[in-house]
Design a protein around this ligand. Structure first.
Ligand code: ZN
Length: 130
């Protein structure tokens, strides 16, 4: 049984992070679709079909690049949430401002009254309450 599967899967792409994401999404869509709308249900099944297509695909190069694109996007999303989390944790110690000239994010300590802030990127000075 195991030998049969190994022979069947040899030369095929297999499972990766993108496939994992697709299978979770398709499961969620199928469950939601069964409860609310047949459109979501069919969308979930199509996504599951695409997931299996990727796993069984022999075009390893193309699937690999799809996975890289997915990982890049996933990194951006998780990075955005990580930044929000850090800011929330530091909200009592620091205030965040944007430079009015170049838009650079600046972090200043709270509770110092009115302070002059110098942007380290472009050198613009502006006055804000910290
Ligand atoms: Zn600036």
């Amino acid at each position: 049984m195991k030998g049969w599967l190994q022979r069947f899967m040899s030369g095929r792409y297999g499972f990766d992070r993108f496939s994992g994401f697709l299978s979770v999404c398709s499961l969620v869509l199928v469950v939601l679709g069964a409860l609310f709308s047949p459109v979501l249900y069919w969308l979930g099944l199509i996504l599951l079909g695409y997931c299996y297509f990727r796993i069984l695909s022999r075009n390893i190069q193309k699937r690999y690049h799809e996975n890289l694109k997915y990982l890049e996007l996933e990194g951006k999303v998780t990075g955005w949430f990580a930044t929000k989390k850090v800011r929330f944790q530091q909200r009592k110690q620091y205030h965040y401002y944007r430079c009015p000239h170049c838009g650079q994010q600046l972090r200043v300590p709270r509770g110092r009254g009115k302070i002059s802030i110098t942007c380290p990127k472009c050198g613009t000075q502006f006055i804000k309450k910290s």
